[in-house]
Design a protein around this ligand. Structure first.
Ligand SMILES: NC(=O)c1ccc[n+]([C@@H]2O[C@H](COP(=O)([O-])OP(=O)(O)OC[C@H]3O[C@@H](n4cnc5c(N)ncnc54)[C@H](OP(=O)(O)O)[C@@H]3O)[C@@H](O)[C@H]2O)c1
Length: 235
């Protein structure tokens, strides 16, 4: 069976290593082109610091878990390569997100600040809150102390959905807690006078995001140019 040649930006990071491990355990993707800052061996056939290499051009699909600046630097070259791109990087500014969305005019591009099925379902569930719009709402998140952005990209993603569903009042900004080794916990509170409701999602490991990224990648290989979210793939 033909394996798709996978390129991975940020191959030396926590998520990069998780994806490399997962790729070595399955048959659909081949660890083809890994990009790290210091060109360490990362289990990929080609290891480089940038895309200026012949082997990069034959990559079938790119996954990115790096940093906002790194991804934005690589994006113009990725657009020229005309292959699907899946990025899970978080911490983009609104202006950067606009550039990423626009890239969808040229290539199939998925951005999801959270690659878990559970968060995708939670995102959809928030639509139900329109029926209790008189409640107060609050998003809360906990992450490991090495996480660079706060609030998390996922909390902001959920907040955008909440603001869309409850447009007539100012929902407070998400609360962010940093410490220990927590992979990711998100809560969405809906607080009434006599009752409250709280949806909670907990990532039990980093593998959940790696599995989600590979699942989304396989689907993106069949997509036309456009900007996609994880929720779009569940439709
Ligand atoms: N969507 C999701 O489901 C999900 C899940 C987890 C994490 N994330 C996000 O994914 C991103 C990465 O997370 P992480 O925990 O893996 O962080 P990390 O361990 O810091 O990994 C990021 C990696 O990218 C590398 N990098 C930065 N600039 C680069 C460049 N120009 N060229 C090559 N490599 C470069 C970093 O190298 P150095 O260490 O040398 O700087 C680092 O190895 C973050 O934005 C995080 O919030 C998303």
């Amino acid at each position: 069976m033909k394996k798709y040649k996978l390129g991975l930006i940020g191959a030396g990071g926590r998520m990069g290593k998780e994806i490399s491990t997962l790729v070595s355990e399955q048959e659909k993707f081949e660890a083809w082109f890994g990009i790290t800052k210091n060109k360490k061996d990362n289990g990929f056939k080609f290891n480089h610091q940038n895309l200026n290499h012949e082997a990069a051009a034959s990559t079938d699909l790119w996954i990115d878990f790096s940093s906002p600046d790194a991804f934005l630097n690589f994006l113009p070259t990725l657009i020229k390569m005309k292959k699907p791109v899946v990025t899970g990087t978080t911490g983009f500014t609104e202006a950067q997100l606009k550039k990423i969305t626009k890239a969808g005019e040229s290539i199939p591009l998925l951005w999801s600040p959270n690659m878990s099925l559970g968060i995708a379902i939670l995102h959809k569930t928030i639509a139900q809150f329109a029926q209790i719009s008189h409640f107060d709402f609050q998003i809360e998140e906990v992450h490991h102390k090495h996480k660079k952005d706060a609030p998390s990209g996922t909390a902001l993603h959920l907040q955008r959905q909440l603001n869309k569903v409850i447009p007539n009042k100012k929902n407070p900004e998400p609360l962010a807690i940093r410490g220990g080794g927590v992979y990711g916990q998100h809560k969405v509170w809906a607080l009434g006078e006599e009752e409250y409701l709280c949806y909670e999602h907990v990532a039990l490991n980093r593998k959940v995001f790696a599995k989600g990224a590979l699942w989304a990648s396989e689907k993106m290989l069949k997509k036309a140019s456009g900007f996609y979210t994880f929720e779009d793939l569940l439709k």
